[in-house]
Design a protein around this ligand. Structure first.
Ligand code: CMP
Length: 472
């Protein structure tokens, strides 16, 4: 809306322009003794007269327009004419005025013939004005139909908003994000338009779901009460609550209510949802959430699952298990769990608790310890090698990181399976304690506090393994 100050400035500008044009015309005519120029170059000398009179005419038409639509009609009939009607009035009045002036200044020229005989001129004008005229006529039909008015909420294509005006070119919408969208009249003419008139009770639907265990009669009552006194929900028509569908995991509902001011439907929908939530909370009704019945199968081996015989084969190739009989190997194979790791994944983290050891079934891992300079690889282990035995047999935290260098499948052997093996194979604990001692020596090599490994320490290890596993 133009402010008062703006309007005053425009009036001053308008008066100044009119005075300047009138003066220019006056002085120009006075140089020819207030007559139309005659003589050889009369045609050229008459051009400023046409331009200045046309300009003066245009300003007069604008003044008439304002007088007619802003004062007379508004005061007498309280009627506010749409912009398009005003524009058409201005255009028509100005065209008539222009023709009259032209006829007066150039009586010997036939203006009609000038327009109708020039085919090229017609084509150029036609092409140039194609869109403009399309919008203009679509605007005319919108005004004739009056399908919506200023203040109505409309949906055109992807746009929803309140109509702020309809000009000869476009519909002006204010969206609910307070943006202005201009939709060309011709484009709007091709789209379906959904209109929610301003002075009409327009309805809204809000959807929700409840559990099958909640009573429908109670839900209907609770929701009706909750929605009834929400702001902007009309009291003239009672809200309707009904079941839309028996869904997979919920009874699907809709509540329909009518709005006093449809332009505020976003806020009202939100308030209605909020009221329903509180009402449900008070009355013990539960919103449904997606539920699924799952049938779980418990497997002991992760993919890929090698056959037990293959596992037993692989275990028999591990040096520390070579003393085991075929039966014992099979029992051990049955007690293992398979895991697959991606390249770069950490299988074991230094410092963690650990109660199982691993045999590499396929792939390759690196044993790494952290030095000041970064991770240092102390060993690479491949198929048939084992790791993780130190924490398992001593109860100490993991001594190193073990990282997969490529896709690696490992077999995990837990405390219980090893205890059983120790009981039946007393020599096993000894051979494992040797491996542990060697590895401890390797680990200490690079570190600052280099440790000495000796047979005594191996003996110490053996007795601690026996103690840890409760062996004699
Ligand atoms: P644990 O301490 O349980 O976890 C880290 C594992 O890395 C450790 O058991 C050993 O199995 C393994 N490991 C440590 N040092 C070496 C090494 N020098 N050579 C091979 N494997 C090792």
């Amino acid at each position: 809306m133009p402010t008062k100050r703006n309007r005053r400035n425009r009036v001053i500008l308008f008066v100044l322009a009119t005075v300047a044009t009138a003066l220019a015309l006056y002085f120009y005519l006075s140089s020819f003794g207030y007559h139309l120029p005659t003589g050889e170059s009369a045609n050229w000398q008459r051009i400023p007269i046409v331009v200045l009179t046309a300009l003066l005419g245009y300003l007069t038409v604008r003044a008439l327009n304002a007088a007619l639509f802003d004062f007379v009609l508004r005061l007498r009939r309280r009627y506010e004419a749409p912009t398009l009607v005003r524009n058409i009035f201005t255009l028509l009045a100005f065209t008539i005025l222009f023709v009259v002036i032209f006829k007066y200044v150039y009586p010997s020229y036939d203006l009609g013939a000038l327009f109708t005989t020039s085919a090229i001129f017609g084509v150029i004008i036609g092409l140039a004005l194609q869109d403009t005229l399309g919008n203009f006529f679509a605007g005319l039909s919108l005004h004739a139909d009056r399908p919506f008015q200023v203040g109505d909420v409309i949906v055109v294509g992807d746009h929803t908003g309140v109509v702020e005006g309809i000009t000869w070119r476009a519909i002006k919408l204010r969206t609910f994000q307070n943006h202005i969208v201009l939709i060309a009249n011709s484009a709007a003419g091709k789209e379906p338009i959904e209109v929610s008139p301003r002075d009409n009770l327009n309805a809204r639907l809000v959807f929700f779901g409840t559990l099958y265990s909640d009573s429908p009669a109670k839900t209907i009552h609770v929701v009706k009460e909750a929605v009834r006194d929400a702001d902007n929900v009309s009291e003239r028509i009672k809200p309707i609550v009904r079941i839309r569908n028996f869904g997979d995991s919920s009874i699907d509902w809709e509540v329909k209510y009518w709005l006093e001011d449809y332009a505020k439907y976003n806020d009202t929908d939100a308030l209605v949802r909020q009221r329903i939530w509180y009402a449900f909370r008070r009355s013990g009704i539960t919103f449904a959430f997606p539920t699924r019945t799952l049938y779980l199968e418990r497997t002991t081996k992760a993919e890929p699952v090698p056959a037990e015989d293959q596992i037993a084969d692989r275990l028999s190739a591990v040096p520390i298990f070579s003393p085991l009989s075929a039966d014992e190997l099979k029992q051990l194979a049955a007690a293992t769990m398979g895991h697959v790791f991606a390249p770069g994944e950490t299988l074991i983290r230094a410092g963690d608790e650990g109660s199982s050891m691993f045999v590499v079934y396929s792939g390759r891992v690196a044993v790494q310890v952290a030095d000041a300079a970064g991770p240092r690889t102390v060993a690479e282990l491949t198929e048939g090698n084992f790791f993780g035995e130190m924490a398992l047999f001593t109860g100490e935290p993991r001594t190193a990181n073990v990282v997969a260098l490529e896709e690696t499948a490992v077999l995990e052997i837990g405390h219980a399976a090893m205890k059983h093996l120790f009981e039946t194979n007393p020599g096993l604990a000894e051979s494992i304690s040797w491996t542990i001692a060697e590895r401890q020596a390797d680990l200490a090599k690079g570190s600052e506090a280099a440790a000495q490994t000796s047979l005594h320490e191996t003996a110490g290890l053996l007795s601690s393994i026996k103690r840890f596993f409760g062996l004699r």
